[in-house]
Design a protein around this ligand. Structure first.
Ligand code: GLP
Length: 261
């Protein structure tokens, strides 16, 4: 796990977009794992700039979202499918038909989860997975207690996550769904490269547990310690509880550019 402490999430966004650009140069039809939430927004903005000025094309790339609410009407603006179309697809030249998400409106939710796993496998798996992290340590919507081997399935959101996400529902926690479909931790672990972004003091404990805590389902992000290629991009506030911060700074300062993420 490589931890990079940066001045801002904007810098993190540039770095992550650079890694995606390198990947797409090598493999134009790369499979990107994309996340909702505020953390990856700087990545999407940086990708948008690169596409706009002709440095990058995602026209042949494919994308899979991490998770989706259950119980929101198909036309609700906070469905993650709609969020990813607004935050990412509208800014780049991805083909909307190449963007996949779990179907939270399906009649048969277990079948929708199984179909999603099959679609991921048929695409050859995720090359680069963008991730945020919840204040309770969730990745995707894998709340504390989630199986570290889990695959895409139906989950119940914690009260803390519903409170955190109320800001997207005009502050009304009662409007936040109780259920979701999410890639499992095992699904996320199958991605070939994971790039996690976190900013702000509210994420400091989750980042500390992810990087320096024991591997435990109580802090689902800690499972990433078992992944061979993880880049954790954090701002100073999110890094504020890292005991190894001086070491991570020294490592990053001495890293030659050619190594990339
Ligand atoms: C949400 C999403 C996660 C996201 C997390 C953090 O609940 N399901 O994928 O990483 O919360 O969100 P943010 O980046 O807005 O803090």
């Amino acid at each position: 796990m490589e931890v990079i402490i940066l001045d801002s999430l904007d810098e993190a966004g540039e770095l992550a977009a650079g890694a995606i650009a390198d990947l797409v140069r090598r493999k134009p039809d790369a499979v990107l794992g994309v996340a909702t939430g505020s953390s990856p927004l700087s990545v999407y903005a940086a990708l948008g700039r690169r596409v706009a000025d002709g440095r990058l094309s995602l026209a042949r790339a494919r994308a899979f979202t991490l998770d989706e609410y259950v119980g929101l009407p198909a036309d609700h603006p906070e469905r993650y499918r709609a969020v990813i179309e607004r935050d990412l697809v509208a800014q780049v030249d991805l083909d909307p038909a190449a963007v996949h998400s779990p179907d939270g409106t399906a009649e048969d939710l277990p079948a929708a989860c199984e179909a999603y796993e099959q679609a991921l496998a048929a695409a050859g798996g995720v090359d680069l997975q963008l991730l945020g992290i919840g204040t309770d340590g969730h990745i995707g919507f894998n709340e504390p207690g989630s199986s570290l081997a889990s695959r895409t399935r139906l989950k119940t959101l914690t009260a803390q996550t519903r409170r955190d996400n109320a800001r997207f529902f005009d502050g009304d926690v009662d409007a936040v769904p109780h259920h979701c479909l999410t890639q499992g931790i095992g699904t996320i672990m199958a991605a070939r490269h994971v790039v996690l972004l976190a900013g702000g003091e509210a994420k400091a404990e989750a980042v500390h547990q992810l990087v320096e805590g024991a591997v435990t389902s109580m802090w689902p992000g800690s499972a990433l310690q078992l992944h061979p290629h993880v880049s954790v991009l954090v701002d100073e506030a999110a890094a504020s509880r890292l005991r190894l911060a001086p070491y991570f700074r020294e490592t990053w300062t001495g890293k030659p550019d050619w190594q990339g993420l």
